[in-house]
Design a protein around this ligand. Structure first.
Ligand SMILES: [Zn+2]
Length: 255
C-alpha cells in the first residue's frame, strides 16, 4: 500500500466505530412490558419472523416434536393459561409452545417473537405448576426481548471490530446471527425471566414456590451424566433462588 494510506485506513476505522456508537445510542428504547431501556435494532415483526424461521431447525435438532398429542396439549394449555392471565396477551408476539421429543437433554428455551420449546427430558420431571414456572420463565425471555438485545449487541461489536480491522488492515470480519446469539442468555436475562415467570405464575393461579423446586430439579439434573445444556443456554446466577423468593414476596403483596 502507498505511504500515507494508513491515515485513511485509521480515519475510516474511526468513522465506522463512531457510526456504531451513534447507532447504539439511537437504538435505545424502553421495553413497554418491563420498563427496561434496551438496545434493540429490530421490530417485533422481525423478531417473530426470526423465531418462525429458526423453529423447525431447532425442533429437528431435538429429535422433532414429541409424538403424544395429549402431552403436547397439556403444554399448550399451561402456556396459554399463562398468556391469557398476564401482560403477554397484550404483546404483539405469536406464542407457540413445542414439546420436543428429546428425552436426554434437560432444556427449555425461547426464540424471539414467541416460539417456546421444552424437551421431554425436562417436561417428564415437572408437575403442572413447575411446567408453568419453566414456560413462564421462557415467555419472560420473549417479552424481555433478550434475543433481540443480544443480536443488537453482537451487531454493535461486529461493527466495532470491523472498524478496528479496517484501521489495522486485518481484513474483513464476517459474521451472521448464529444459534448461540439467539439462544444464549445472560445472567441478567435469567433474573428478569425468573421474576416475570413468578409474576405470571401468581397471575395464573399457580403456586410460585414451585419455581424454586424447578431450580432444584435443574441443579440435580446437571449431574455428571446429564448434558448440562440448560446451563449453556441459561447461565445460573448465584443468587437466583434468593431473587425468586424476593419476587414472590413482592408480587404476592401486590396480588
Ligand atoms: Zn432462561
Amino acid at each position: 500500500m502507498r505511504r500515507g494510506s494508513w491515515k485513511i485506513r485509521i480515519f475510516i476505522g474511526l468513522a465506522i466505530v463512531g457510526f456504531a456508537m451513534v447507532q447504539r445510542c439511537n437504538n435505545k428504547e424502553e421495553n413497554p412490558y418491563t420498563g427496561r431501556v434496551q438496545n434493540i435494532n429490530m421490530t417485533s415483526e422481525e423478531e417473530i419472523a426470526i423465531g418462525l424461521q429458526s423453529a423447525p431447525e431447532i425442533a429437528q435438532q431435538h429429535g422433532g416434536l414429541y409424538p403424544d398429542e395429549r402431552m403436547q396439549s397439556l403444554v399448550d394449555a399451561v402456556g396459554n393459561k399463562l398468556i391469557n392471565n398476564s401482560i403477554a396477551r397484550e404483546t404483539p408476539y405469536k406464542y407457540d409452545f413445542h414439546l420436543l421429543a428429546d428425552d436426554r437433554t434437560i432444556n427449555a428455551f425461547a426464540l424471539p417473537g414467541g416460539q417456546v420449546f421444552i424437551t421431554y427430558a425436562l417436561f417428564s420431571q415437572l408437575n403442572e405448576a413447575q411446567l408453568a414456572g419453566v414456560l413462564g420463565h421462557e415467555i419472560g425471555h420473549v417479552i424481555g426481548r433478550h434475543s433481540a438485545e443480544r443480536i443488537a449487541e453482537s451487531n454493535f461489536w461486529r461493527t466495532i471490530s470491523m472498524g478496528a480491522s479496517v484501521g489495522a488492515d486485518a481484513g474483513g470480519i464476517v459474521g451472521s446471527i448464529g444459534q448461540n446469539t439467539l439462544l444464549k442468555n445472560g445472567r441478567g436475562d435469567e433474573l428478569e425471566s425468573d421474576e416475570l415467570g413468578v409474576l405470571f405464575m401468581i397471575q395464573s393461579g399457580y403456586e410460585p414456590m414451585e419455581m424454586i423446586k424447578v431450580m432444584e430439579i435443574l441443579k440435580a439434573a446437571a449431574g455428571p451424566n446429564r448434558a448440562p445444556e440448560f446451563q449453556s443456554t441459561h447461565p445460573d446466577p448465584e443468587n437466583r433462588i434468593q431473587k425468586i423468593k424476593e419476587a414472590i414476596e413482592r408480587y404476592r403483596g401486590q396480588g
